[in-house]
Design a protein around this ligand. Structure first.
Ligand SMILES: [Fe+2]
Ligand SMILES: [Fe+2]
Length: 220
């Protein structure tokens, strides 16, 4: 068993999947009915951040995790998984202009319905996709093929690629942290510099991510 605090890439994967799954479910739920004026801008920003975090996660899998796992001969349907990333990204590319229209005009019911339907289609790909990943890329399969040192460096590379491609940190970091349960959040914080939760999130970035709060967990 991996020691607490030690690298566990399988757990890292599951945790970011939980962030995205909640983000998707909240976004689908809140785009079902007309947006409330007070929180419309926050919701649009929340869905935009979801799209960035999803994009960053796929880049980190396509460019860091999967090539390394393949090289180590960990069995998984990589071609299918990468193809599904492409399908998900194509939907996100359709959603982006509709979100821009909603940001300018929150009463635009047609764009809202489009976003709702597109995210529902995306969810149809997402759930079987993460089931496939989590069924193949287990802690045991990874530990059997990759040394502890390699896991540490891959976990860093994985996190770095994800962060670099997840849009503005002042939105992505609170989005990731506060779409997690308190227990998962504590695990996530262990791999972040203490400055993030002590200073950046509560002080420096406070006003920038405040509009997301109605859609997050424990963010007040
Ligand atoms: Fe994936
Ligand atoms: Fe994934």
């Amino acid at each position: 068993m991996t020691k607490p605090g030690g690298p566990n890439i399988a757990a890292d994967l599951v945790r970011i999947h939980r962030v995205i799954t909640r983000g998707l479910e909240v976004s689908i739920r809140h785009t079902r009915a007309p947006l409330e004026a007070a929180t419309a801008a926050g919701l649009v920003s929340y869905v935009q951040t979801l799209a960035w975090v999803l994009h960053g996660h796929h880049i980190s899998e396509d460019q860091a995790a999967f090539p390394f796992f393949r090289q180590k001969q960990i069995d998984a349907p990589y071609l299918l998984l990468v193809a599904e990333h492409g399908q998900i990204q194509a939907i996100l590319n359709e959603v982006a202009p509709a979100l821009d229209r909603l940001a300018a005009e929150p009463e635009d019911g047609k764009s809202l319905a489009f976003v709702h339907q597109a995210l529902s289609r995306l969810a149809g790909i997402w759930y079987p996709h993460i089931q496939r990943e989590e069924a193949h890329l287990t802690k045991d399969a990874i530990a059997a093929a990759i040394s502890l040192e390699e896991q540490i460096s891959l976990a860093q590379d994985f996190a770095q690629k994800g962060q670099q491609n997840s849009g503005p940190a002042h939105l992505a970091v609170p989005f990731v942290l506060y779409n997690l349960s308190p227990e998962d959040r504590a695990d996530m914080l262990r791999v972040m510099p203490p400055e993030v939760i002590q200073h950046l999130v509560p002080v420096v970035w406070k006003d920038q991510w405040a509009p997301l709060k109605p859609f997050l967990l424990d963010a007040d």
